[in-house]
Design a protein around this ligand. Sequence first.
Ligand code: 0O2
Length: 209
Amino acid sequence: MDTTNKTYSPADSWTEVILIYNSALKQIGTKLEILNDEFQHVHSYNPIEHIKSRIKSSESIVKKLKKYGYESTIENMVEYVNDIAGIRVICSFTSDIYKIASMIRNQNDLKILTIKDYIKNPKPSGYKSYHMLVAVPIYLSDRIVHAKVEIQIRTVAMDFWATLEHKINYKFEGNVPQSIKDELVESSHLISDLDAKMLSLNEQIQDSN
Ligand code: 0O2
């Protein structure tokens, strides 16, 4: 979000910032629904299974700023915390992920800030997902501001893995025993095999039609 030439009073600015991030989430959510409906109309098929969105809690924002070594100010949060507004897009097949990413890239009013492909390059934990950080223009009554939204696109299977791994990390407060870490990495390979199998099955079904 562009915060230049703006003096904040703490209470007002927090509510204003959250209002802007919420508007950004609404915009991205609507764009994705339109793309999904259009895809259904043209190809008789929905690439998106479901969409989840959230605003990061103030506690998590403060924790992230602390981790990066920044003071907890509104300016720092807007500047350095990229996932205050987050939207998760869950698809059936890996190929859907790249279709959706390409449709998002074609939206001229969105600025793509970064792309992280953790499907081609999984994290050492085994985490897989496709991340896009985009800037969305928000038209307020007296000005236009740009808000960052992190879009995470993943399959149902990748989401299952990430949700469980997140819960395990939370339970062990980050100190997950190595044996469990190893099993998580192993299960992430199983998830990839399953995704590949389901994609291949789907392609066979499509070819036989
Ligand atoms: P939460 O609770 O989901 O909000 P950045 O966000 O860019 O400053 P980073 O780590 O470079 O920092 O970003 P990255 O790699 O794009 O990851 C950001 C988000 O991806 C995380 O947000 C998680 O949602 C998800 N993620 C990344 N790595 C993992 C992983 O190993 N396991 C799981 N389950 N999720 C992961 P937060 O803020 O960490 O958490």
